[in-house]
Every structure is written in structure tokens, then in C-alpha cells.
Design a protein around this ligand. Structure first.
Ligand SMILES: CC(C)(COP(=O)([O-])OP(=O)([O-])OC[C@H]1O[C@@H](n2cnc3c(N)ncnc32)[C@H](O)[C@@H]1OP(=O)([O-])[O-])[C@@H](O)C(=O)NCCC(=O)NCCSC(=O)C[C@@](C)(O)CC(=O)[O-]
Ligand SMILES: NC(=O)C1=CN([C@@H]2O[C@H](COP(=O)(O)OP(=O)(O)OC[C@H]3O[C@@H](n4cnc5c(N)ncnc54)[C@H](O)[C@@H]3O)[C@@H](O)[C@H]2O)C=CC1
Length: 441
């Protein structure tokens, strides 16, 4: 590990930054410097597109004609495996970052999030077609597994030197003449897609020869179920009480009813899991990771028992607390892709103190459990619209033409009326502007 990384890990910093959300972006950046989350020059570099320019973009994808921005925020209050963390989130939807921060505050009351992550195993699939003697081919492939693994490792000396490498060969029968070989590879801090895809292509002729069949597709699987991450939390029921809902036990029970709904009904389970992915995806986007791969794997994992189920579980603990867990496959990267090419991604990883791909997976999962908790709590008490729409109101106000402090004023009036129509926002804005002109005269 580099000296810089060691220093980042040693500094004790608080993820609780009171009043943060009421401040301007400029002041928030200054707070991150004061609280030693960012160096002054890093905070300055966050401004605007944060150093991401057309040259970076042109090197990343094809047919670039410009840049596309998204808001980058930080979720606060996270304690993960006993350590305070800030969680960078890039997302277009209002209230997700607030929801993550809110649930992280609740979780911190019970000690925070505990993450258990599997090693970073990415799996390549080689399809073997027209295999004459399936069972014999399977036996032969397994008998020569060590040879195949050694061949694979010989093709990636740098990964082996890093502590990664090919770990296991698995053979599955798909139909009367088709096998699939799984090559499980520890890809350390890389997602490993390009690496294992190359391995699969290189090894396919040997696998076909051993099986007596012919090689078909050679590609990784995004059902990365050897690369799962599990996150747990417990929230004391007193932390769930509020002025409007003073009985924390009743709030806990209402959340458990919401969980049961998702367990019983696929229509609800899908929305429930959307609330999980609100947190997971926002972290992955901020950290330049392949969220399509994670989305695909997460939903397949949710359906692994045949029916589609919620990715999280919530249950009552022995001391009346609310306990929750989230488990999903999460193949992340801090070494490749945008992590190398995008200066904003590099800063986000630094801000979050990410030590590697497995650590990033844990942080994204903690954010997912958090956004699910906030959504369930809101849904089972006051309803989603109050918190969500009062934040959405700022966007409605801005779209109606408000700027500067008028955004907050119009948004607050929309929220107090609980009306979020653009025409009402325009009326309120016009009235406020007319009022100000009248006062000046
Ligand atoms: C929005 C809250 C948090 C308000 O909740 P509240 O109770 O009004 O919040 P509060 O004023 O008591 O503040 C509590 C904490 O929330 C955070 N917080 C509070 N306000 C802000 C803000 N403006 N900006 C940033 N952070 C904010 C902040 O951490 C604050 O702590 P403090 O710093 O004061 O100690 C709550 O209503 C909530 O979590 N709602 C759920 C929102 C949500 O899930 N949004 C996603 C969109 S809906 C969706 O996509 C998913 C869904 C719902 O369909 C999934 C499903 O069905 O399961
Ligand atoms: N089905 C899918 O999901 C597919 C995804 N992809 C894309 O492939 C890319 C794969 O990402 P990555 O594998 O992360 O990037 P990558 O393909 O750039 O590989 C990362 C490279 O970083 C180097 N490296 C340096 N330090 C390392 C460390 N500590 N640990 C591991 N490697 C280290 C290694 O040489 C490694 O090969 C993503 O952009 C993904 O979107 C591509 C094809 C299919």
C-alpha cells in the first residue's frame, strides 16, 4: 500500500458534518477541507466538471461530441466496520443522498454497518457445444483442471504477482450435448472483465480439445456470485422515533410489515430493490464503475430461488432493535476503467478512503442498505411524498425559472402547500418577484 493510502487510513475523521446540507456547494467543499476529508487543492478541483475534459472523454468512449454532467454529492454519517466514511454519490434523482445520510445516522446509533465481503472472484464462461460424451468430458476437464489453471496463470503473471490468479475450474452440464466451463479468477482490484474474457478466448481451444466438442461463446458472467458482499446493521428502536411518530417500536413493526409485503409480492419486491439500487448505483457512478454489470447481477441474484425476492432482509432483534442485511454480487473496480481515466473518479475514491475493489463493494452495499431503510421508514410512516417531494420541489422551482435564493423560497411554499405542479411554481415565483419589486419602490 502506498504511503498516501496509509496516511488516509490513519487520520480519524468524523462523517457527521452538522448543517452540511443547508450550506452552499462552495461552503461544503470548505467543510470537507476543515474536516480533513480533502486537501484544499482537491476541494477546488471538485468545482465544475472537476478536471474531466473533452480529451479524457474522447479517450474513454466513441463519437464524443461533448461532456455530460451529473450532480456529485456526499452521503454523511456512515460508520462502516467501525470507521467513519464519506460516501460519494452521483445521481440525478433528488432525496437519495438525503435518504442515505438519514439511514446512516440511524445505523450509527447501533454501531453502524458491518461488511463481510468475499474475495474478488470474476468468472469466465466457455460454452462447449457438440460434446459427444458429456460425463466423460466433464471428468476429463476436472481431471486436468490444475493444468488449465496453470496455463491461465502463466498468461497473467502480473495478476499472480499481485496475489490474484486463476482459482478453480467448474464444469456444468447445460443439455445433452452442451457443457459450460467456469474459470474462477481472483482479479484483485479490477472488475476483471477484460482479463477473464481474454483468458476465456485463449483457453477455449484447449478446453474444446479436452471435451471433444467445439467452443462457442467465451465471456465473463455478470452473475458474480463468488464475489458477494453482505452488509448488516442494527438500529435501536428508540432511534426510529420522531416527533410525529414517537413510538419507535411501532415504526420498527411498520418497517417489518413493509419487508413482508416485498417478500410476498413480486411487484413490490422490484420497487423495494429499486430503493436498494438507489444507493448502490449512485456510489458506482460516482466511482466510475460498471453499474449495468452490477444491476444485471443483482436482479438475477434476487431471483436465484426461482421467484424474484427482495435483496434486503429486515427483522426484529433480541433487544427490540431493527436488524437489516443486504447481500448481493458486487463486482467493482478501483484499478481499471474510469478509475484510471477520470480525475473526478479518482477524487471520489480518495474522498471515500477506498482501499480497493472489495472495500468499494462494501461501501456501495452499505449505501444500498441505507437507502432501502430510509425508503421503508418513509413509506411505512408519513409516506414517500413528504420527504422526497419537498426535495424535488427545488427542481420544480428551478425549472419554473427561479434562481439563487428564490429556488429555496418557491420550493418551501410548494412543500407547505404540498403542490408540486410547474404552473403553481411559476405563479409563486411571479408573486415573489412582484412582491420584491413592490418593496423596492
Ligand atoms: C428525505 C428524508 C431524509 C427527510 O427526512 P426527515 O425526517 O424530514 O429528515 P430530518 O430533517 O429529520 O433529517 C434527518 C437526516 O436526514 C438527512 N437530511 C434531511 N434532509 C436533508 C437534505 N435536504 N439534504 C441532505 N440530507 C438531508 C440528514 O442527514 C439529517 O440529519 P442531520 O444532518 O439533520 O443530523 C426522508 O423523508 C427520507 O429518507 N425519505 C426517503 C426518500 C427516498 O427514498 N428517496 C428516493 C426516491 S423514492 C424511490 O426511488 C424509492 C422507493 C421509495 O420507491 C423505494 C421503495 O418503494 O422502497
Ligand atoms: N459483461 C461485462 O460486464 C463486460 C464489461 N466490460 C468492461 O470491462 C471493464 C473491466 O474493468 P476492469 O477489469 O476493472 O478494468 P481493466 O480491464 O482496465 O483491467 C484492470 C487492469 O488494471 C491493472 N491493475 C493495476 N493494479 C491492479 C490491482 N491492484 N488489481 C487488479 N488489477 C490491477 C491490471 O493490469 C488489470 O488488468 C469495465 O469497464 C467493464 O465495463 C467489458 C466487457 C464485458
Amino acid at each position: 500500500m502506498s504511503d498516501d493510502k496509509v496516511k488516509t487510513l490513519e487520520v480519524r475523521r468524523s462523517s457527521r458534518l452538522s448543517g452540511f446540507y443547508q450550506q452552499t456547494p462552495e461552503r461544503r467543499r470548505a467543510r470537507l477541507v476543515e474536516a480533513r476529508w480533502l486537501a484544499p487543492e482537491e476541494a477546488e478541483a471538485c468545482e465544475g466538471l472537476g478536471g474531466f475534459d473533452e480529451a479524457c472523454a474522447d479517450a474513454m468512449v466513441e463519437n464524443v461530441i461533448g461532456l455530460h454532467g451529473l450532480p456529485l454529492g456526499v452521503a454523511l454519517n456512515f460508520v462502516v466496520n467501525g470507521k467513519d466514511r464519506l460516501v460519494p454519490m452521483a445521481v440525478e434523482e433528488p432525496s437519495i443522498i438525503a435518504a442515505a445520510s438519514y439511514a446512516a445516522r440511524l445505523s450509527a446509533e447501533g454501531g453502524g454497518f458491518t461488511v463481510e465481503a468475499e474475495p474478488p472472484i470474476t468468472t469466465a464462461q466457455v460454452q462447449l457445444l457438440e460434446v459427444p460424451l458429456l460425463e466423460r468430458a466433464r471428468e476429463q476437464l476436472l481431471a486436468r483442471a490444475e493444468e488449465v489453471l496453470a496455463e491461465a496463470n502463466a498468461k497473467m503473471p502480473a495478476m499472480v504477482a499481485r496475489g490474484g490468479g486463476a482459482r478453480e475450474l467448474e464444469v456444468r452440464v447445460l443439455d445433452a450435448t452442451t457443457l459450460v466451463v467456469h474459470l474462477h479468477v481472483d482479479t484483485r482490484d479490477a472488475m476483471g472483465a477484460n482479463l477473464v474474457n481474454s483468458l476465456a478466448e485463449d483457453l477455449a481451444p484447449l478446453l474444446a480439445l479436452i471435451s471433444g466438442g467445439r467452443a462457442g461463446l467465451k465471456i465473463l458472467t455478470n452473475l458474480a456470485d463468488r464475489r458477494k458482499v453482505k452488509v448488516l446493521t442494527r438500529v435501536p428502536s428508540r432511534a426510529l422515533s420522531s416527533e410525529r411518530f414517537p413510538d419507535g417500536d411501532a415504526v420498527r413493526d411498520a418497517i417489518l410489515e413493509a419487508q413482508r409485503f416485498a417478500e410476498l409480492d413480486v411487484y413490490r419486491a422490484v420497487t423495494h430493490n429499486k430503493g436498494v439500487m438507489n444507493g448502490v448505483d449512485a456510489v458506482l457512478v460516482a466511482c466510475g464503475n460498471d453499474w449495468r454489470a452490477v444491476e444485471a447481477g443483482a436482479h438475477a441474484y434476487a431471483a436465484r430461488q426461482g421467484g424474484y425476492r427482495p435483496l434486503t432482509s429486515w427483522w426484529g432483534g433480541p433487544d427490540g432493535e431493527l436488524c437489516g442485511s443486504l447481500e448481493l454480487p458486487l463486482a467493482t473496480s478501483t484499478a481499471g476503467g474510469a478509475a484510471r481515466a477520470h480525475p473526478g473518479v479518482q477524487r471520489a475514491l480518495k474522498l471515500a478512503g477506498v482501499s480497493g475493489a472489495v472495500d468499494l463493494a462494501g461501501l456501495a452495499a452499505a449505501a444500498g442498505l441505507a437507502t432501502n431503510l430510509s425508503a421503508l421508514k418513509a413509506l411505512s410512516t408519513e409516506g414517500i411524498q413528504k420527504g422526497h417531494m419537498s426535495l424535488h420541489a427545488r427542481r420544480v422551482a428551478a425549472e419554473a425559472g427561479a434562481s439563487g435564493e428564490l429556488v429555496g423560497i418557491v420550493a418551501e411554499r410548494l412543500s407547505s402547500e404540498r403542490v408540486y405542479r410547474p404552473e403553481r411554481a411559476r405563479e409563486l415565483l411571479a408573486a415573489e418577484v412582484a412582491h420584491r419589486k413592490g418593496v423596492r419602490r
